[in-house]
Ligand binder design. Sequence first.
Ligand code: HEM
Length: 473
Amino acid sequence: MLPSVLCNLSNIHDHATTTLKQCGGTFLFKGPWFTNLNYLITSDPMNVHHITSKNFDNYIKGSEFYEIFEILGDGIFNTDSHKWKHSRNILHSLFRQNSFESLVVKTIHKKLHSCLVPLLNNTSELGTVVDLQDIFQRISFDNICSIVLGFDPKSLPNKLIEFPEVAFEKAFNLAEDAIFYRHLVPRFLWKLQKWLQIGRGKTYTECEKIVDQFLHQCISSTFQEQSKVKCTKDDDEPTFNMLKALVEESGMEQIDRKFLRDNALTLLVAGRDTISSSLSWFFWLVSTHPVVEAKILEEIRANFITKEEYRLITSRVENLNKLVYLHGAMCEALRLFPPVPFEHKSAVKSDILPSGHRVNANSMVIYSLYSMGRMEQTWGEDCLEFKPERWVSEKGSIIHIPSYKFIAFNAGPRSCLGKNITFIQMKIMAIALLCNFQFEVVEGHNNVCPCVSVVLHMKHGLKVKVTKRGIIN
Ligand code: HEM
């Protein structure tokens, strides 16, 4: 089956979706005999419910996942059993703290008003075409670094100059490509390349070094600063520092640099690409669906009457929940374009899935989050259409869809810890941008399609023309 994958590599997610539809939602992928590329692939929600929740203990990340994502070390993404549980408990209690949520809101507002809005104002004055995806990646990177490391790498400028290249960010992107490559080639081949330091193996090692250096610098400066006695406290200074909170919450007596490095890197990976990818698809869908755009603006207008009120409302998280249609539009974008397009698990013992398919011990199971959002059985005949209405009940509240069907944030005990802050960030950004600007996808740039990687970015970016608008009096 490998040749068919290689021939369809450029549109692998749609190819997998078509095959899954033809096979009733589950099939066994068989690679050549000399490789270990044999996977059971599924998009059946009942199978996914079984894997992620009902028989959770049987489906682990496993050693193969650990090797592929070795750059993440022992961070929460990469571990199982007690190591995973330990990180999950610590992060879960950090994410629940009000001071953490306030830091997220403050960071986004600051970056929006100091950089993104001025930059788009400047862009609209000059009439220049910009890549919105690049902009979202930069702002998400600056935000997540500020939140997790207390350091803003300032990769997004506030006016239209040549965008700075941040070595850490570039290394991050290249490492991501190398990780995807490891999914496609036999294990011995990528291991050999790494050992010989050739091709992607060499790139990967170089990237890892840059990432390590950057993180160690941030960790060192955080804890050096802690020892300085501060006489005055800046009003604007955040009261929450993720690295310090990780140390406090885990009860470690000495700074465990590896624990901090691995978990900080995991949070950077979790919080940058996912948010920038979902913002890009959301803005593309909204800009190309004027009726939806008009409804979102109408909802904002109806809720936020004056500028003062708008500022007040968007800085209070509970007020964001009033925007039900906007929430529906975001869920719809995440359904059609989940930033994490597939997940893989390793079976500890043999098992039978609800669909009747057998899973052998130590074999790999993949579920396609991308395909799951495009199944007629779950979403109806109009499953390929962008319809925020499908999330809104007759009474005007959000319709809850179980996470094993709306899978973008994963399901069960390993579901995403950042779901709440994701919606907060996306809504604050969407309100600020849609109220102040109109985005027109440039003509001839209709070829918006996903790239082939572990995160569902747009292959050719999102080229738009920006014009100003003011919907709030
Ligand atoms: C659109 C935004 C996001 C999406 C679609 C998303 C999706 C996901 C998915 C699919 C997983 C499961 C990954 C796996 O098991 O391999 C996951 C886990 C996780 N996410 Fe998110 N995520 C988003 C944003 C965030 C943010 C902003 C953070 C925090 C900075 C975050 C933190 C985490 C953590 C810590 C886990 C690990 C949970 C565990 O293994 O127990 N996510 N996310």
